[in-house]
Structures are given as C-alpha cells and as structure tokens.
Design a protein around this ligand. Sequence first.
Ligand code: ATP
Ligand code: MG
Length: 355
Amino acid sequence: MESYKIGILKGDGIGPEIVDEGIKVIQKIAALNAFKVDFIDEKIGGDAIDAYGVPITDETLKVLSTCEAILMGSVGDPKYDHIAPELRPEKALLKMRKTLGLFANIRPARLYEALKEHSPLKSSILSDGLDICVVRELNGGIYFGEQVESADGQSASDLMAYSAPEVKRIAKIAFEMAMTRDKKVTSVDKANVLASSRLWRKTVIEVSKDFPEVTLEHLYVDNAAMQLIINPMQFDVILTSNLFGDILSDEMSVLTGSIGLLPSASINESKLGLYEPIHGSAPSIAGQNIANPIATILSVAMMFRYSLGRHDCADQIENAVLKVLNNGHRTIDLAGKDQKSLSTSEIGDLIAEAL
Ligand code: ATP
Ligand code: MG
C-alpha cells in the first residue's frame, strides 16, 4: 500500500483546532483511496518555546526535512510579545523557510459563488468569480538582506537584494502554474525605482521565452495594489518578490470574503512543501471551536496536488468544500446575523462526509 509521511505542526492559538480538521480530512481521503499516512507531530512557535525554550528546534527541522509534506496551523500569541525578537514564535517561520529552502509561496484566492456577497467588491466588478494565484518569492529579498542598526539608535537599514538564479527559479514556478490555469503572468516590481526590480524584470522576461503560450505583463507594485481593487478580473498568476508578495497577498485575501478560507503552500526545489492557512493564530477566538477550518482543509488539498502528486485527492477535497459551502453551512466568520453558525469540528465533519 502506498504511504505518505506528513509532518504536523499544530502551533498556537486556533492552530490545534484547525489542524485537527485537516487531519480528519486526510484520514478520510486515505481510507477512500486506500493509502496509508504517517503523521509526525512536532512543535513550533509558542508551543515549542514552552517545551524547549526556542520557537523551533534543530531536531524538529531535521525530522521535517525527512517528510514529504508538512501541515501547519499557525504560530504566535501576545503572551510572547515581551521576549527577545530572535526568540519570538514568528522567528520559527523564517528559520524553517530558509532551512528547508521553501522559496516559492503559492497563494490561490478564489471567490466562491456562494460567498459573493462577502466580498467588499461590487458584484459588477466580479463578473464571473475571482480566481487569482499569487506566486511570492520567499527565500530572498529584503526579509533576508543585511540589517544594520546604528549604535546610537539614529539610523537603520535593510538590504533588498536578488540574484538572477533566485528570480529565475520563482519565475519558472509562476509560468508553470500559469500553464495549468489561464496562461497569464503579471509580474509585479518597482523597476522604475529599484535596481533589484530591474534585475527582476529582465530575468522574468528571459524565463518567459520558454513559455511562449503564456502572456506576460508587468506592473509596478503601486499600480498593482490599485488594479486588484478596480479590475481584479485581469489577473491570473501574479509573480512577485518577498515584500511585495506579502502585502499584495493580504490585500487579495480580503477580496474573497473571509481570511478563514485561504490556503497556502511554500515549496522547495524537491517539492517538499509546507501547507498552512494564510491567517494567523487568532488568539481571541482560540479554544472555542468556532474558527473556520476551511483554509486549512484547502491547504491539505494543495498538499495533495503539489507535494504528493495526487491531483485526484486534491479535486475531491476542493469539491467537498464547495458542496458544504453551497449547502449553506457557515462558521461564525461567514454566518449572517440570523443564520445559525456551525463549529470548527462540525464543518470538518461535514466536509469529511461530503468526500
Ligand atoms: P498574524 O500576525 O499571525 O497574521 P493577526 O492577529 O494579524 O495574526 P489573524 O490571527 O489572522 O491576524 O486574525 C485576524 C482576524 O481574523 C482575527 O479577528 C481573527 O478572529 C480572524 N480570523 C483569523 N483566522 C480565522 C479563522 N480561521 N476563522 C475565523 N476567523 C479568523
Ligand atoms: Mg496578520
């Protein structure tokens, strides 16, 4: 029997509750498709700080590197705000991305017909549903450049640097993605001002020559931020750097109604992937069994598609989510005033049943 080894990082806040629903779905799909899954539980974030004094241990990173995929909840809690920056829960994410070489962050955002009224955009703008995928570089750029803070506390700098090979590998992912979708890539940079963006643009054009079927457009990041609001239907795949991708993908996420719906993948050269909802640990609603587990469950679908090569299972999961939403089932973040909301585990049960 085929078997997959999946790392589990429940993390903090609502993390454990939503990951449990993801596991429920994986177990159901494994039973239906007759394969075996080994879950390897590890700690991250505040959970790891409490146990080991650091947000992620080297041992954990070593174990994770032997998995085929990792499912994560979320990290962070205000109770760690006072500790040194290099020991905070969020540091674990940067360390894991770098150590495992997770350079490609893939964030699809789809607005479901059943949730159209939750989008802040007018329905006239959203003629036939929104379906955009952001491909964000995750291992370079300003988040990993040299940082200097002067001793007198009066100046500081961050270095934004990219090399052509770094741009090339992320561009390739975006074009490959576009080939499976509507065959359009919009590359977002600030090439009118930044040298790193000029390299970015030149390199993306180079890579595009290998994908003659894909239409390539370029936008400056300020214009892209505006275009996402006034004409989002023009986008298929958005390719961008670490910093711009962070900002644009958050902007894009609100267009689809709830932050509780959006999945993400961060993959490396050998297709090991970290799969997690785009939202945070939402401490204010933790432990109440009310968080929306759909972003996590859709992250599981991405895991089957990108790391395990099981497109059939990914489709099954996405269809099950669609069915539950179309039947009007909602967690509290999406329920109307007079509508009954279901709990985290009830939605997970319904999705597992719909499989
Ligand atoms: P981070 O810094 O990790 O991004 P944050 O505090 O900025 O965390 P989130 O934790 O994502 O942001 O929460 C933002 C808001 O969205 C909160 O009000 C939270 O209640 C809500 N929220 C986030 N995730 C969910 C979810 N899965 N279901 C319902 N509501 C959610
Ligand atoms: Mg946030």
